[in-house]
Design a protein around this ligand. Structure first.
Ligand SMILES: C[S@@+](CC[C@H](N)C(=O)[O-])C[C@H]1O[C@@H](n2cnc3c(N)ncnc32)[C@H](O)[C@@H]1O
Length: 262
């Protein structure tokens, strides 16, 4: 199967992403990214790996002319349902379906770490932006800087073995800020800003936190029910500093932002 075929997710998962994870996590970064990228009325903005479209919508609300592109049809179906009037396209970040110099601003939020070849994707972003245009990416920061996720992954690895580290840390793969800026510079554009941005990852409960982190990876199929229960139990202790009286979790989350001019 092609990359496009293997990557598809069910529509229910895309709807859950929009109803639960966008408000709890993804929406908080969009305004910062748009502002750092210089999104403004009339600018042609491309949102790469737009998902259900939170950044695209934010740019549209600032009266930019927007296009959202994503590999995943289910994500785009939800994006179209929420904002049918905007331009949504199916396409691969590593082979963007746009002519050279088509946009004034290219942004990508919380996605670069999932691409098999992040450098190729940055080169594509540089290709489709006009000379003098802006490319800005936001990704999760390094695991060892995440006050809640680092001890959680270490605890899971104690129970499930070192395989847990690889499986639970794919999200933090582009976490080295200098390396990310270096990758952007190597793709062509001149880096004008690189910084860390503080945010919060919210979950309704410790159990929900564990379910999301473990069951969105193949780790859940590679450990026994007993091991999974041990992880669930100890997560209550590890996440206690971030758990409120009503049981909800508010975990600090650090992101990396890199802005460059083509
Ligand atoms: C965590 S979501 C982030 C979505 C959105 N940017 C947001 O902030 O809500 C990652 C997105 O990357 C998309 N994606 C992964 N690999 C891709 C690729 N090679 N080309 C385009 N989109 C891709 C997924 O379909 C998914 O929608």
């Amino acid at each position: 199967m092609s990359e496009t075929e293997t990557f598809q997710i069910p529509i229910e998962a895309a709807e859950l992403y929009e109803s639960a994870f966008v408000p709890a996590f993804f929406s908080q970064w969009a305004a910062t990214l748009c502002s750092a990228a210089g999104v403004a009325p009339g600018r042609r903005v491309l949102d790469v790996a737009c998902g259900t479209g939170i950044v695209t919508r934010t740019a549209a609300d600032q009266r930019a002319t927007v296009t959202g592109v994503d590999l995943n049809e289910a994500m785009l179906t939800v994006a179209r349902r929420v904002r049918p009037e905007l331009d949504w396209r199916q396409g691969n970040a590593q082979a963007l379906p746009f002519d050279d110099d088509s946009f004034d601003v290219v942004v990508s939020q919380m996605a670069l770490m999932f691409f098999p070849d992040p450098a190729a994707a940055l080169a594509q972003m540089a290709r489709v932006v006009v000379p003098g245009g802006t490319v800005a990416v936001m990704v999760p920061g390094a695991l060892d800087r995440q006050a809640a996720f680092a001890p959680f992954v270490a605890m899971a690895a104690r129970h499930a073995g070192p395989q847990a580290i690889d499986l639970l840390t794919a999200y933090f793969r582009c976490g080295d800020l200098d390396e990310l800026a270096g990758l952007m510079g190597a793709a062509g554009p001149d880096v004008t800003e690189q910084r860390r941005v503080d945010g919060i990852y919210r979950a309704p409960s410790v159990d929900a936190f564990v379910t999301t982190e473990v069951e969105s990876t193949p780790l859940v199929e590679r450990m026994s029910a007993e091991t999974y229960q041990q992880i669930r139990d100890e997560a209550r202790t590890v996440l206690a500093p971030f758990t409120a009286g009503d049981g909800s979790v508010a975990a600090p989350f650090e992101a990396n932002l890199v802005v460059a001019v083509a």
